[in-house]
Design a binder for this molecule. Structure first.
Ligand code: SF4
Ligand code: SF4
Length: 167
């Protein structure tokens, strides 16, 4: 009986000297793994143009039917993205999303990316629908917001040239 008690106390004292494994969330946050899939972001090019071209391939690939995309025509006076079209409406219903990443894999311009943001909370169903203004990342310093006025014939390609796979 006494032996068991002393053995138990030994474990207790040993653990008291060890560094705690608990994290004081939300003051302290544990970095996520590189493969983590969190809240989506719609990315931009360095010049501020949106990468999304409104092709809706992500919506077609989504197994949860969580994405809604509506495309409109770009003009050189009012350009949002390279090529003919841009996403005038882009919505993701986060209540449906299962964070599978199929949307990211199917995107031809690498516009939609699942980032590392995991703090998602909603007060009602409508707040769970992330619209384009919430998903689109801010412009980097020196870049121009969309829509931009661009030179005619400069952005004819919707999808950038393929990278050399041997690079
Ligand atoms: S992560 Fe999966 S479920 Fe969520 S929006 Fe993308 S394709 Fe749909
Ligand atoms: S995020 Fe990508 S796949 Fe989805 S509409 Fe935009 S360009 Fe197309």
């Amino acid at each position: 009986m006494l032996v068991e008690l002393l053995r138990g106390l030994k474990t207790t004292f040993k653990m008291m000297l060890e560094k705690p494994v608990t994290i004081q969330y939300p003051e302290e946050k544990r970095p996520v793994r590189p493969r983590f899939r969190g809240r989506h972001e719609l990315r931009r090019y360095d010049n501020g143009l949106e990468k999304c071209i409104g092709c809706a391939l992500c919506a077609a690939a989504c197994p949860a039917n969580a994405i809604f995309v509506e495309a409109s025509e770009n003009t050189d006076e009012e350009r949002y993205s390279p090529g003919e079209r841009y996403a005038s409406t882009y919505e993701i219903n986060m209540l449906r999303c299962i964070y599978c990443g199929f949307c990211e894999d199917s995107c031809p311009t690498e516009a939609i990316v699942l980032g590392d943001q995991y703090e998602l909370s909603f007060g009602d169903r409508y707040e769970a629908i992330y619209t384009k203004d919430r998903l689109l990342v801010p412009v980097t310093s020196g870049a121009e917001l969309t829509p931009q006025r661009t030179k005619p014939g400069l952005y004819t390609r919707s999808v950038p040239e393929m990278k050399d796979p041997t690079d």
